[in-house]
Design a protein around this ligand. Sequence first.
Ligand SMILES: Cc1cc2nc3c(=O)[nH]c(=O)nc-3n(C[C@H](O)[C@H](O)[C@H](O)COP(=O)(O)OP(=O)(O)OC[C@H]3O[C@@H](n4cnc5c(N)ncnc54)[C@H](O)[C@@H]3O)c2cc1C
Length: 570
Amino acid sequence: MATVDRTVHPSFTKSLFRGSIQSELVMPYPLMSESERAKVDAAVASARTFLADEYDPWKAEREGWVGDDTIRELGDRKLTGLFVDEQYGGLGLSQSGYCRVMEEFGRVDGTLSVVMGVHQSIGTKPLFLYGTDDQKARWLPDLASGRKLAAFVLTEPNAGSDAYNLETWAERQGDGSWLLNGEKRWIGNGDKDILTVFARSELGHVALIVEKGMEGLSTGPRFETLGLKANRLQRVHFNNVRVPAENLLGEPGDGFRIAMNTLNNGRMSMGTAITGGMKRFLELALEHTTKRQQFGRALIDFEMVQDKIAWMNTAIYGLESSSYLTTGLVDRGDADFSMESAMTKIEASDTGWFALNRAIQLHGGEAYMADHPLAKALRDFRIFPIFEGANDVMRAFVALNGVKALSEDLPDVANLKLSNPGRALGELGPYVAGRVNRRFRPEKLVGAHPSLAKQVDSVAEQTVRLRGAAEAALRRYGSKVQEKQLVQKRLADAASGIYSQVAVISRASAILARDGVTESRDEKIVAINFLKRSEREVARQFRSLEVNDDNHTGQIGTAVRNAGGYQFGM
Ligand SMILES: Cc1cc2nc3c(=O)[nH]c(=O)nc-3n(C[C@H](O)[C@H](O)[C@H](O)COP(=O)(O)OP(=O)(O)OC[C@H]3O[C@@H](n4cnc5c(N)ncnc54)[C@H](O)[C@@H]3O)c2cc1C
């Protein structure tokens, strides 16, 4: 059995790649404590009341901004400082609590969820995670109260997914201050108040707090976007902006780590905001298909309609389970959750998009009308698989982290230098050869409800297969595995599926134990439905690692590229 480092920042998914299941990280399911639940319920109720009575997504869209009055009201309700400590005027919610409230925004308006996410998940978060006491005392009270809004300023015209290679430059001055020059684009809240700006310097990447009004800082013109029209997306220019020494977050050289860790954290609230959106899509689809009559009966009476409704319901259950398992990993405080956060982001944005597509299908032409909420959602939700880590980049990140972890268990495999797969899709070690260890014994999830024993066995088998497939990829391709993105994609999707299944088993076990088997019958059916579906999908990924047409796909890609488009005529 693999030796797994269970001491310092254990990663559940890294251990999956090693063929091991660290049950203690995922069992029992992290249900909220009574006191936390009371706080979260109050914040959820407050958000719901405001969203139902006072907020109009269409008005926000028409006006191109969610509205200063909205921000003021959310601030008064402390909903702009959800995770900020109470001493700085926030609500001090856990990651799970924070993400639960974000679900409410996503349910009503994708744009408002993004504005809140930009301000909190990625705007305020760097300060929250890396600020000194002085820095927190200086800025957090205004941010928590909504008097000021925060931005996360990373993307540049030549640095999108490849965020390591920034061009914005910070020159350290004799007095310790920084002279900042460069251009950023697509920055939410870029024209607002407190900007965490990422730049390179001779001392490595830096994260600097830039405040509105500093000399040499300018914004605009604003971008017109397909959706999220009430999110103010800006160009931000720095022309010899002098940033005081005390505005540096962390140490010189920490900037890239701060950016990546902030995104690891931020992706989770995107996941739950999408969960909120999916619940709304389901409600709309249900309402429409129940009312609408065709062929003499309600649409929902048709099996193919019911199938779509059931699919959406089960997909929400699965996503909710993995989202809150992941936030639970954050709340533990000792786990490395970067891979789980990436996988949840992929699952949320992909499944959210499918769910939306299905809800629209069920509405027929009605949802194609521009003033339908699903038509607006279609424009708003399309960005989720792209930003905060494009999904395919996240897949590569998950797979390469996984094979790196596994390589450490294989004595004949040189240590793979993949300390930062976000930037290092090119730093693998030498060629690896040898036989795959096929006689690996399954390790089971401990603590699951006995009525889920079959599913626990299946997860163990899938984990063994994951390890075998990852080891086979390492031995077959060696350092070239970094170029084998189709292998990476399948490994990442398989790992993601196994993680989701673990999340569902963990959650369902907690509910079955708490409420009893008879009382939880309906929930168990949904859980089993998810598990079966996911198991089939994981099997498909493993199969396609062995049986595929990648050679032809590669040849076709090259041919299309050489021909400059479609190659054939009739
Ligand atoms: C509405 C909106 C809001 C935004 N808000 C912010 C913000 O507040 N702050 C901020 O800093 N940025 C923000 N961004 C920028 C966003 O983070 C970037 O768009 C994102 O990082 C992707 O970069 P890119 O668009 O340059 O795409 P590229 O990096 O050019 O990638 C394009 C596509 O190529 C593929 N791809 C790229 N690299 C790889 C790879 N290694 N392997 C396989 N496929 C790959 C992926 O399919 C990807 O979707 C925002 C963008 C939008 C549209």
